[in-house]
Design a binder for this molecule. Sequence first.
Ligand SMILES: CC(C)(COP(=O)(O)OP(=O)(O)OC[C@H]1O[C@@H](n2cnc3c(N)ncnc32)[C@H](O)[C@@H]1OP(=O)(O)O)[C@@H](O)C(=O)NCCC(=O)NCCS
Length: 182
Amino acid sequence: MTTTTEEIIPVNAHLELRATDERYTTELHNLVVKNRAYLQDYLNWPQFVGSEEDTRQNILSNQMLHQRGYAKMFLIFRDNVLAGVLSFNSIEPLNKTGYIGYWLDEAHQGQGIISLALEAFIGYYAGRGEIRRFVIKCRVDNAASNQVALRNGFLLEGCLKEAEFLNGRYDDQNIYARICTS
Ligand SMILES: CC(C)(COP(=O)(O)OP(=O)(O)OC[C@H]1O[C@@H](n2cnc3c(N)ncnc32)[C@H](O)[C@@H]1OP(=O)(O)O)[C@@H](O)C(=O)NCCC(=O)NCCS
């Protein structure tokens, strides 16, 4: 009999990151639906999430990319309650570069959850030697996300002009990076 081990990145006594899995479909779908209106001001994809089946398909495709090393999607749990998502939206394996994305349930903001989770995530992938260049790209107007990058020691490398399409406009994007070699 084969057993599958869940991939978990511990953060602290209350927080952990669990690799996305089909078993979390309902929980994730409900969290997206609950936060859809607020997330839509920051991310383009929530408008396209319709049924729970859409969420299941998204999880399955992310699981495949996760296993192949082209992306990594983790669910953030605080005291066993789903609080948000932290991912490498994409990975360039040759360059050991990971492009980070995140969002939090509105009720879980302002508590340092993403910043703490991000430190553990970076430590995990740098420690394994898989990623050395960690990148955050966020709209110049997204104050909270720019703060996450700065709070976690990322350096602003530049501003990409009209690089992100959101709600009918192409907005400027800041690009931040942090290099971790061990
Ligand atoms: C971006 C986003 C995840 C940031 O959430 P956040 O709660 O501000 O970030 P953190 O979890 O790191 O928490 C930081 C806040 O907790 C506070 N905090 C409390 N304890 C803390 C701790 N131990 N460590 C760090 N910060 C702590 C900080 O002071 C800060 O609050 P402030 O902004 O009022 O000063 C959230 O705003 C979000 O989901 N936005 C919508 C989606 C989005 O924009 N994603 C990014 C696209 S690029």
